[in-house]
Design a protein around this ligand. Structure first.
Ligand code: ADP
Ligand code: MG
Length: 731
């Protein structure tokens, strides 16, 4: 084990040649190859079955038993034509990744005849023996079983793993009594609520709108390191981040990585996972280096939110698997390396109508301007009113390293809209008394769409510090963590938007009933919302200390850690919001709160253990060995009769090493005691806070600081953990 670092470094020369793989000459030739698209369905299904599938895909209509059988048969025929023998329900439990349980089409008839079959019931519903998925007490209270149910709005696909191919059916995952145990169920519910509320408001402007969908385009940041080196770091293997490691002589200060060429080996890996993604229908569009060394990003063309979330979950899985082929390891953790940038997953979000209008794209006429302003101001109001929920939706142990640490973006939820739109809102707000009359259309005649170029300019240079930024035709929620499932953030954004739009309509209707003109009523409510949400609008540098102070004056929350951020899920306000919009009931919220706290506890607990183990079994032995070498040297020099001044430096180093060793072992011991104390707490929230404030807060930094000091002193050949310079720069 002690040589795995050097083996990995030596092996690098042998393994860095890019892996060869088949490449398609055109993306269109392989796109959706492994997806049961409606077009494919048309070939494999009878007219009736196809119509039934279409209706359930588009309008959420239920599929009956007979049609279910027909669709399942068609799916099997298609899958078998591609060499598939097994199928699985594919779902996203609250563990943060995807889950599968494979079953084969193979079965025996009553008389023992072997056949392949896939029945409608198996397509539509399964009962995974899944008592080991997190359930926050939900299933324990009722029934030990949960079931998965087909989500026809996300198409079935074939996952290729090595030689094996599996038909995957996207499903929701709920308890026997119907409570959601996954991320997809509440997301779909939030999208339904949003659709209804947004369509209602759209009626003020266009009676033809009958459906509004939320769109999502995520940007996925990640690190790529050599697998050999990564495997020689137990902390990377077990926690996804390095708990120790001194900054390399060269970090990101040269800023030469961002615009640099993509390293060849990583480039081969990217092309390989892109191909796999295209086959699965993930419409990847861009790839580039990110700011930190060894950090990269990819982003797709945006899609309907539910599908986009599935595609992101799939992509993370595909990336991790394809990386192995290239002897690389993908790090999706929010903060794999201290001292250089962490990774996020920007969620670009907008709303579009079935009449083809992007509701967050400024219009060119007074009428479209008013529609834009309505949706624009409503989301600002929603973010202002429910900032705590947005903060909670992105809270995780990993993301705590970004939010609230001195890094992008801050834990204070504010909104950036650019100078031009700030002016527009100011003008609306300043109208005396809010009396908009019929002739007063000055604001609506503004060329609001001209703000787009200005916003795009902002976007590329200075507003990177805002957690929620308007970027011309969509909002960009930048605080989402790189390892997160986007569903949590999307459920919250769409949920709070649904609620805000509902209230907006009630207020506007109230004014209209009093005899006011529709446009005037709308403008009056918009004006009121602007005034109420103003504290959340911020155009300056979100990382600055001044903003922290200013935000506090404005009454904005700045919750830096997960255990307290999660409180927002169980407030009266949150319960009312989610229950009224049929997204989560009280029970589900309590359960989720519990699950997320437990997840936090486990993550910090594992990190603490890894830190203790590594310190005791990797770091201290190396330091002691080196200390002994120095001691022998000092003694030998002394015996040889040399004056003490000639070995004073060695003695100094010995003293320092001894001090570091002592501080480390003292604090590791104290950390273990803190863990024991935390483990004794029965209240989950109290336990999470103890892990956060005591175990992590009091010991992680001091242990790390001393270990990293030792790294700088101890003979390099004795240091067994691959160093940052190797992880970040050797490929
Ligand atoms: P950047 O943010 O770097 O300027 P783009 O504006 O091209 O780049 O888009 C970044 C991401 O935003 C992409 O994933 C893209 O698909 C997504 N996006 C663009 N328009 C929308 C929209 N209307 N709804 C949701 N996502 C969108
Ligand atoms: Mg962007």
């Amino acid at each position: 084990m002690s040589s795995s670092r050097f083996n990995a470094v030596n092996n690098l020369g042998k393994t860095t040649a890019p892996v060869k793989f088949e490449t398609a000459s055109r993306i269109t030739g392989i796109f959706n190859e492994n997806v049961f698209t409606l077009k494919t369905a048309r070939h494999y299904l009878s007219d009736d079955a196809y119509k039934s599938l279409l209706a359930s895909t588009r309008g959420g209509k239920k599929i009956d038993r007979m049609m279910g059988n027909q669709i399942a048969n068609g799916l099997r025929a298609w899958a078998e034509s591609k060499g598939v023998t097994h199928f699985t329900h594919w779902f996203q439990p609250l563990t943060g990744s995807s889950a599968e349980k494979h079953d084969s089409f193979f079965t025996l008839k009553g008389d023992g005849t072997p056949i392949e079959e896939f029945e409608g019931t198996a397509l539509i519903q399964q009962e995974p023996d899944a008592s080991s998925f997190p359930n926050g007490g939900l299933r324990a209270t009722f029934e030990a079983r949960g079931y998965t149910a087909w989500d026809p709005s996300s198409p079935a696909f074939i996952m290729e793993i090595g030689q094996g191919k599996t038909l995957c059916i996207p499903t929701i995952f709920v308890s026997y009594t119907g409570e959601s145990l996954d991320t997809k169920t509440p997301l779909i519910k939030a999208l339904v609520a949003l659709d209804k509320a947004a369509v209602d408001v759209c009626q003020y402007f266009d009676k033809n709108v009958s459906k509004v969908t939320a769109t999502l385009g995520w940007e996925q940041e990640y690190f790529v390191v050599d697998a050999g080196l990564a495997n020689a770091r137990p902390d990377l293997v077990l926690t996804g981040r390095t708990v120790f490691g001194h900054a390399p002589a060269k970090g990101q200060q040269l800023e030469d990585h961002y615009f640099g060429a993509i390293p060849e080996r990583v480039y081969a890996f990217m092309r390989d996972f892109e191909q796999e993604s295209y086959k699965l229908g993930i419409p990847l569009r861009t790839r580039h280096n990110e700011v930190a060394p060894a950090q990269f990003e990819c982003a797709p063309i945006f899609e309907e939110a539910n599908l986009a979330v599935d595609h992101n979950t799939l992509l993370m899985d595909v990336m991790s698997r394809v990386a192995k082929r290239h002897n690389l390891k993908v790090l999706l953790h929010e903060k794999p390396f201290a001292g250089i940038n962490g990774s996020g997953k920007h969620n670009n979000w907008s709303l579009s109508t079935d009449t083809g209008v992007n509701l967050l794209a400024p219009g060119k006429t007074p009428k479209t301007n008013l529609m834009f302003l309505t949706f624009f101001v409503n989301i600002i109001k929603a973010v202002h009113d429910y900032a705590d929920l947005l903060r909670a939706s992105i809270a995780s142990a990993g993301n705590d390293h970004r939010l609230g640490a001195n890094e992008a973006p801050p834990a204070i939820i504010s909104i950036f809209i650019g100078k031009y739109l700030t002016d527009v809102l100011d003008q609306v707000e300043k109208r005396v008394g809010g009396n908009f009359d019929e002739t007063d259309e000055a604001i609506l005649k503004l060329d609001i769409h001209k703000s787009i170029p200005e916003l795009l300019l902002d976007n590329t240079d200075r507003n990177r510090t805002s957690p929620f930024a308007f970027t011309g035709t969509k909002f960009e929620f930048r605080a989402v963590g790189s390892a997160a499932n986007c569903a949590n953030a999307m459920t919250t954004i769409n949920g709070i938007m649904a609620e805000t739009l509902k209230k907006f309509k009630l207020e506007v209707d109230g004014i209209i009933e009093k005899g006011e003109k529709k446009e005037v009523a709308i403008m009056q409510v918009i004006k009121k919302y602007i005034a109420e949400s103003k504290p959340s609008l911020f155009e300056g540098d979100g990382y600055s200390e001044e903003w922290e102070k200013e935000a506090e004056k404005r009454g904005l929350a700045n919750v830096k850690t997960t255990p307290t951020a999660l409180d927002a899920y169980v407030t009266k306000k949150a319960k009312a919001l989610f229950e009224e919009n049929d997204i989560y009931n009280h029970l589900e919220l309590e359960a989720r709160h519990e699950i997320m706290l437990e997840d936090y506890i486990k993550k910090v607990q594992i990190e603490a253990r890894v830190m203790g183990d590594l310190a005791s079994t990797h770091i201290l032995p190396a330091a002691i060995k080196y200390q002994n070498i120095l001691l022998q040297n000092v003694n030998a020099l002394k015996d040889a009769g040399l004056p003490e001044s000639l070995y004073a430096n060695q003695k100094d180093i010995i003293v320092k090493i001894s001090e570091y060793i002592n501080t480390i072992s003292d604090n590791v011991e104290k950390m273990i005691q803190a863990r024991k104390k935390a483990n004794d707490l029965s209240d989950t929230r109290a336990k999470a806070i103890a892990y956060c404030d005591d175990v992590k807060g009091n010991y992680f930094d001091v242990i790390r600081y001393n270990v990293d000091k030792l790294e700088l002193m101890v003979d390099d050949s004795l240091w067994v953990l691959p160093k940052y310079r190797e992880l970040l720069f050797l490929r």
